[in-house]
Design a protein around this ligand. Structure first.
Ligand SMILES: Nc1ncnc2c1ncn2[C@@H]1O[C@H](COP(=O)(O)OP(=O)(O)OP(=O)(O)O)[C@@H](O)[C@H]1O
Length: 400
């Protein structure tokens, strides 16, 4: 009896997006699958991408779906063939990294002291496996950049050990697969496409493999329309996407980003985080990803773990939540302060902090966020915004 072949999860996700008419999501899934594919498969995907761009705006959904499905089928076949040969297409990269290397980013009892000031980071432990995302949060000046620079081998720790799973005696292998995007990346000269091709070339990717890799990466990061742009012509959001494209060309195993969401509008933040999440969790080339951000809620949505730094010291989020107990809510209302205070006075034991227009109420007893919301609705409180922050690191930013 013949068994129906079950499509791999990436192909199922792509098929789902195609069926739902989510063209961008479908292309993202297909391009993620194309990046580690053999050159011939990459060329076929690029040809279909050109065909897609040439479709008239009013092209029927069925025609679009059919083009995407043909791309999916070709990629699925290419990956199945690679798997049948026991490996995927060899990465066109000069780095002499042993296959199957257990890359991760691990820091044990890391300490960094700046001689010129009184700031000390740590001791802090970090351990991020491939495919996992660690979010670094904390107020300004609490050591997020310092920690990222230690993990990026950009700063040497005063104490503690760093391990990326690569031989410590081989700094080239390490540098080749470790990508760090600083908060304020340096300007670059020339045109975007030329610059990326040069970056790929300097990582040993030449000729047609270079063209295909760069084209796929710029397509994946929605940079196709900006091929000919210079640095100063790009908005902050697209500058960040460029940095990410340049990092991806090195096929990093560890990706470290300092405030990648700064200066991005809310849609751009969400798109970038979704991209980072799917790139980090690539079934072919998973990356250990660490990012710092002030956008707590956005980071919490994608991170597997969050490290809160307070004056250079790591605070155990779970431990703090256990100590705090109860629940906490954040909301905005147009009620006058006196009206709100009178209404809150009827509620069970709580603390109330005001930050600009935003209120945070923490309950010490058994009151749940749902109870608070029900009471607010019953009182017809005008609510412009409401969030249950009981399990959010936002609570750790609240000043007593
Ligand atoms: N090269 C340096 N020499 C001396 N002190 C430094 C140096 N770099 C950073 N610091 C200090 O170390 C502390 C932590 O800085 P760091 O940039 O790591 O914090 P951060 O949490 O990333 O801040 P932000 O959110 O503002 O980027 C700050 O007090 C900063 O002034």
């Amino acid at each position: 009896m013949e068994h129906a072949t079950v499509a791999p999860p990436w192909a199922q996700a792509a098929e789902h997006a195609i069926a739902a008419g989510q063209w961008h999501g479908a292309w993202c899934a297909l391009l993620d699958a194309a990046l580690p594919a053999a050159l011939a498969a990459q060329q076929a995907v690029l040809a279909r991408l050109d065909a897609w761009d040439a479709l008239p705006a009013q092209a029927a959904a069925a025609q679009r779906a059919s083009l995407l499905r043909a791309t999916l089928t070709a990629l699925d076949a290419a990956h199945a063939a690679s798997a049948a040969h026991g490996a995927h297409a060899p990465a066109p990269n000069a780095a002499n990294v042993p296959a199957g290397q257990a890359w991760r980013v691990q820091g044990t009892q890391l300490v960094k002291r700046y001689r010129s000031g009184s700031f000390t980071l740590g001791p802090v432990d970090v351990d991020v496996a491939p495919g996992r995302i660690l979010g670094l949060v904390g107020e300004n000046g609490n050591g997020k950049t310092t920690l990222l620079r230690l993990l990026a081998a950009d700063l040497a720790p005063d104490a503690g050990q760093l391990d990326w799973g690569t031989p410590a005696h081989d700094p080239y292998a390490l540098r080749a697969r470790l990508a760090y995007i600083p908060q304020r990346p340096h300007p670059w000269g020339g045109r975007l496409m030329d610059h990326l091709q040069f970056a790929a070339r300097s990582h040993g990717v030449a000729g047609e493999a270079n063209r295909c890799l760069v084209e796929l990466v710029i397509a994946r990061l929605s940079l196709r329309a900006f091929r000919g742009h210079a640095w100063k012509q790009l908005s902050s959001g697209y500058k960040m996407r460029f940095e990410l494209a340049r990092a991806l060309l090195t096929q990093p195993r560890v990706l470290l980003l300092d405030e990648p969401l700064a200066n991005l509008d809310i849609n751009a933040q969400q798109t970038l985080l979704t991209d980072l999440q799917s790139l980090a969790r690539s079934p072919w080339r998973p990356m250990a990803l660490v990012l710092s951000s002030q956008q707590l809620y956005e980071v919490e949505k994608v991170a597997d773990a969050v490290l809160f730094l307070d004056r250079g010291q790591p605070r155990s989020v779970q431990e703090r939540f256990a100590q705090m107990g109860g629940c906490a809510v954040e909301f905005e209302t147009t009620w006058p302060v006196a009206t709100l205070a009178a209404w809150l006075g009827q509620l069970p034991a709580h603390t109330h902090q005001v930050n600009g227009q935003t209120h945070i109420v923490s309950f010490h007893g058994a009151t749940s966020a749902a109870c608070f919301l029900r009471a607010a609705v019953d009182a017809e409180m005008p609510l412009g915004y409401f969030r249950d922050i009981t399990s959010s690191t936002r609570r750790l930013f609240v000043k007593d």
